[in-house]
Design a protein around this ligand. Structure first.
Ligand SMILES: Nc1nc2c(ncn2[C@@H]2O[C@H](COP(=O)(O)OP(=O)(O)OP(=O)(O)O)[C@@H](O)[C@H]2O)c(=O)[nH]1
Ligand SMILES: [Mg+2]
Length: 282
């Protein structure tokens, strides 16, 4: 599966992000805790060289918490501070806010010493589409100041949001790289709904999802859809799930399209339990 997708608004978003860089003191990179590597944008490393950066592993409520801990250690080993967060939980966003303020304090104190003024710290929130950038900002601001939605491409322009008198966060549109030539990465982004549904073959995506599930998390599938022979091929498991759940077309034919949607939706909404799709390599 080769998804070649780089809509005009993304090229514009990248320009807008580079232009704003000189205004910001700290980069807050939001990744998906279920796919901490696939949700990294390879463009970011070049774009944000020499900037102080914190990685937030968001949607941690949907991920396996023990694997999230492994990831945090893995990032620490790379010299990167990573923090687990559920942006919809005020306890977590409050913690994130304190971490940002602590980091910002260094800037504050230095500028206060040099110039005698208390400067507003500006943080830029970046990440791939639909990863929860706007929800993260709303959580930290304690108010719905940025528009959110469960599909990629909700935020179209940049927007500064005042969080405290001395902290402002910049919401940015999601950035995805031009050519998703790594199949595994493209699929992970499809499962988590980073790539627009309209350009995907839902049945193919669900089929690959089940191929992965039967090896890595069969209990999540059986737990949701009942006893299934997980030794079968992905397509056969998909058909059996449709039969079991009564997702049928006229004439007793399994409604594969409907089944595919259900399965991906169940995963995205956390109804399969807390499932992480990527583990750090040892
Ligand atoms: N379960 C869960 N859902 C989340 C979390 N953070 C965000 N969401 C949901 O994920 C969806 C996308 O959130 P947004 O904040 O709009 O994502 P975004 O990164 O701003 O997306 P774009 O602006 O389209 O790039 C929304 O339905 C949010 O409610 C989280 O930590 N846990
Ligand atoms: Mg947004």
């Amino acid at each position: 599966m080769n998804i070649n997708w780089y809509p005009g608004h993304m090229a514009k978003a990248k320009r807008l992000i580079s232009e704003s860089l000189k205004l910001v003191d700290i980069i807050l990179e939001i990744r998906d805790a279920r796919i901490p590597l696939s949700s990294a944008n390879p463009d970011f490393d070049d774009l944000f060289i020499n900037k102080s950066r914190i990685v937030f592993l968001n949607k941690s409520d949907l991920a396996n918490s023990s694997i999230t801990r492994d990831w945090i250690n893995w990032f620490a080993g790379q010299g990167i501070k990573a923090v687990s967060i559920n942006s919809l939980d005020p306890k977590d966003t409050n913690n994130a806010k304190n971490i940002i303020l602590d980091t910002a304090k260094e800037f504050h104190d230095e500028i206060l010493k040099r110039k005698g003024v208390k400067k507003t710290i500006r943080g830029m929130v970046i990440g791939i589409p639909n990863v929860g950038k706007s929800a993260f900002i709303n959580g930290i601001a304690g108010a719905k100041k940025a528009k959110t939605g469960n599909k990629p491409g909700v935020t179209k322009v940049k927007q500064w949001i005042k969080v405290t008198p001395y902290l402002e966060l910049l919401d940015t549109p999601g950035l995805l790289w031009p050519k998703l030539d790594q199949r595994e990465v493209a699929l992970n982004l499809a499962y988590t709904r980073t790539i627009k549904e309209e350009i995907l073959d839902t049945e193919e995506v669900a089929h690959y999802f089940l191929e992965k599930a039967k090896v890595e998390f069969p209990e999540a599938i059986v737990g949701r859809y009942g006893e299934l022979d997980m030794n079968l091929k992905g397509y056969e498991i998909l058909e059996n799930i449709c039969v079991q759940k009564g997702w049928m077309q006229a004439g007793g034919i399994p409604d594969i399209e409907r089944g595919s949607r259900h399965i991906l939706d169940d995963f995205q909404q956390g109804r399969l339990g807390r499932v992480t799709l990527e583990r750090p390599s040892k």
